[in-house]
Design a protein around this ligand. Structure first.
Ligand SMILES: Nc1ncnc2c1ncn2[C@@H]1O[C@H](COP(=O)(O)OS(=O)(=O)O)[C@@H](OP(=O)(O)O)[C@H]1O
Ligand SMILES: [Mg+2]
Ligand SMILES: [Mg+2]
Ligand SMILES: [Mg+2]
Length: 381
């Protein structure tokens, strides 16, 4: 058995479980009270929350504790600017509080926990440390603490995404999807998963009903899924996991394609044209976040397409974990020109040709790449 990255994968999976529990706590508070101050707008008008900073702090701290901070290089989405502003004292204390609450539970997974609660400066330092630039050489971690923050604040789908890159290749991917329903019919953004959350506290719910962590190691040919570790319950590790596999559907008429919910994030008119050209007949499944990659890896959908507006540069943390999980589950991920995504050129997916196409297999993939080729000139992207 290939033991490379075994320890890294073990720590990464556990850290994502802890991160998911943090998100669940924050999302519950956000949806149950008038915690309006818990959501801020960034310069590009996108939202950022206590959970985004909290997860970044927790994952950064856990990786540093496990491997030594001098050995951990991390590229992540959030910075501390807004958080260190004097006007953000309350926000910062909410982050520190939830980080400590959740780190307290880390020991039940066999992870280190702090001897005493982390102080404000330690939390800020953990967030600040995630400022590596990536690149073609050596190893670095990539973290999207909350992907689909918009879905998160709306009580819908979101993901925690952690990947390890070595010499430009994604070697590990871990995707925590706390609201992923077992029943795929509930995946669409029209459903409001939080409405069922009373079940989470009843103690008698089926662990597999909602929420999972998926993970894969490059070259293993396997991708795995496990239910979220329930809060306040001691679990045995290794924890139960199921193999997941992409769908075997290759007939476009039987296939479901997913895409971002927000029109601003992907050209839905163009994807509708592509769908029509290749014979994808079903309604698109619009889902927030990298849960779209999870849906392909798990066989709940066959195609994911994203065509961002011209000039937008995709970031590596929005894709790294999802790409390796889909590939190891048997799927294909390329840009719209059919080339692999390049994770070796810094924080952006430089050189990306137009858009991203993720498919359960090569038959559908070839049809879609062919359709992009045929219809690009007539589109107005
Ligand atoms: N203008 C524009 N175009 C394309 N993509 C953008 C754009 N702005 C942001 N982003 C990134 O999209 C991430 C969310 O993507 P989704 O696929 O979840 O989109 S959607 O929320 O379902 O519409 C989102 O990730 P998070 O910030 O982690 O939520 C962004 O990194
Ligand atoms: Mg993101
Ligand atoms: Mg994010
Ligand atoms: Mg964001």
């Amino acid at each position: 058995m290939d033991e490379r990255f075994a320890q890294e994968l073990d720590v990464a999976v556990k850290a994502v479980h802890v991160a998911c529990s943090l998100c669940q706590r924050v999302q519950r508070r956000l949806l149950s009270s008038a915690a309006g101050d818990a959501v801020l707008s960034k310069d590009d008008d996108s939202p950022v929350t206590v959970a985004d900073w909290g997860v970044q702090a927790i994952v950064s701290w856990l990786l540093s504790e496990s491997f030594g901070s001098q050995n951990v290089s991390l590229v992540a989405e959030e910075d501390v600017c807004a958080l260190s502003d004097p006007s953000s004292v309350k926000l910062l204390s909410s982050v520190v509080e939830v980080v400590n609450e959740c780190l307290d539970g880390a020991s039940k997974l066999g992870l280190h926990k702090p001897i005493k609660p982390l102080g404000t400066s330690e939390v800020l330092e953990a967030i600040r440390r995630c400022n590596a630039n990536g690149g073609p050489h050596g190893r670095f971690w990539v973290l999207d603490p909350v992907d689909g923050t918009l879905g998160f604040v709306r009580g819908n789908q979101y993901a925690v995404a952690l990947a390890l890159i070595e010499d430009g290749q994604v070697v590990l991917g871990v995707l925590g999807c706390p609201n992923y329903p077992l029943n795929k019919e509930l995946l669409s953004y029209h459903h409001q998963p939080h409405q069922n959350q009373s079940k989470l506290t009843s103690g008698s719910y089926d662990l597999w009903e909602k929420g999972c962590v998926m993970y894969a190691k490059r070259g293993s040919g396997k991708a795995w899924m496990q239910p979220l570790v329930p809060q306040d319950v001691q679990v045995e590790w290794p924890y139960e996991a199921k193999l997941i596999r992409v769908s075997s559907v290759d007939d476009p008429a039987m296939a479901t394609f997913c895409e971002p919910v927000e029109k601003a994030n992907s050209n839905q008119t163009f994807t509708a044209g592509l769908a029509h050209t290749v014979g994808l007949r079903k309604q698109p499944l619009r889902v927030y976040s990298m849960v779209k990659y999870a849906a392909i890896a798990r066989g709940d959908a066959e195609v994911f397409m994203k065509f961002a507006r011209c000039g937008y540069k995709e970031k590596i943390w929005d894709h790294a974990a999802g790409v390796v999980i889909v590939q190891e589950a048997g799927g294909v991920v390329t840009d719209a020109g059919g080339r692999p995504l390049d994770f070796s050129r810094g924080v952006f997916l430089e050189g990306l040709d137009r858009g991203i196409i993720v498919c359960c297999g090569s038959t559908l993939h070839e049809k879609i790449v062919g359709a992009v080729y045929a219809s690009w000139d007539s589109s107005n992207l």
